[in-house]
Write a protein that binds this ligand. Structure first.
Ligand code: SF4
Length: 281
């Protein structure tokens, strides 16, 4: 069994929190540059140019890419030969988030009681931790600060099996169309299909972690990813919702077996900041 001290996890989470909010990932920069060349609308082009300029400034000045530094979502793929020692893993993750957001001067956006006492927790905790147990003795950590604007435009629906894939497609496309400029396009669309009510939302969130162009291994699903993205980009919502052909940068679908009587679908929209940082230890 490989032992990992949880204080190491805190240090990693702190670093990832600070970097994810201030340093745009290289893939995103490349994708926005490519999109700027394709975009026909002059306003759309100008918005994409401003995004690139913003990424440059935030990296140099170590300032956030966006004022909304998000709810910190952490995905961990944990090798089953790993044992975390020295305390609670969840507490260690929260400690890292707290230190990263405090020392990085990142906005704290989490309120303790969602209904009766909307008081800020003051350190952006608690975070949301998802764990997958996998073979081996490594741990892959991905940290994803998720902004409120794009999260608000995300949707879930328990469809009827008779609605079929056409019904799913219509729901996905309508969700993005109705969202318009609210989720800060150009967006990334994560789609979950199958599982249960709770699991399908997790699948949609997991989908937005994929790298640009990383198509689903299933050829038919990969085909839906490119076809639905094309349809979305025909609406003309464009960068910042000001018109243009680049509404979404990519669309990813994650699937899971479903019950014969259900057909769950979830759409998680990610904004242009598309913040995520990963590390394998
Ligand atoms: S949705 Fe994203 S880009 Fe828009 S305000 Fe929120 S974090 Fe910022």
């Amino acid at each position: 069994m490989r032992e990992i001290q949880v204080n190491e996890i805190s240090k990693i989470i702190k670093k990832l929190s600070m970097e994810a909010s201030t340093i745009a990932n290289d893939q995103l920069i490349k994708k926005i540059k490519e999109s700027e060349k394709i975009e026909k609308s002059s306003v759309g082009k100008a918005v994409l140019k401003q995004l690139l300029e913003n990424f440059k400034i935030s990296k140099t000045d170590k300032t956030p890419i966006c004022q909304d530094t998000g709810f910190t979502v952490v995905f961990m793929e944990v090798g089953q030969e790993v044992s975390f020692v020295g305390g609670s893993l969840q507490d260690a993750v929260n400690k890292g988030v707290s230190e990263g957001y405090t020392e990085g001067y990142l906005r704290k956006s989490i309120i303790k009681d969602p209904i009766t006492n909307p008081k800020n927790t003051g350190n952006n905790t608690p975070s949301i931790l998802h764990t997958d147990i996998v073979p081996g003795d490594k741990v892959k950590i991905t940290l994803l600060p998720k902004g409120g604007g794009s999260e608000n435009m995300s949707r879930i629906k328990m469809m009827k099996p008779a609605d079929g894939v056409e019904g799913i497609k219509n729901f996905v496309i309508e969700t993005v169309k109705n969202a318009g400029g609210n989720p800060c396009p150009p967006t990334v669309i994560g789609v979950g299909i199958g599982g249960t009510f709770d699991y399908v939302a997790y699948l949609a969130k997991k989908a937005i972690m994929r790298d640009f162009g990383d198509r689903n291994k299933d050829k038919q699903i990969a085909k839906y990813e490119t076809e639905w993205l094309e349809e979305i980009n025909k609406f003309g919502i464009g960068p910042a919702g000001l018109g243009g052909k680049i509404t979404s940068l990519d669309l990813f679908i994650e699937v899971y077996p479903r019950h014969i009587a259900t057909y769950p679908v979830a759409v998680n929209i990610q904004c242009n900041a598309n913040r995520k940082k990963s590390i394998v230890i």
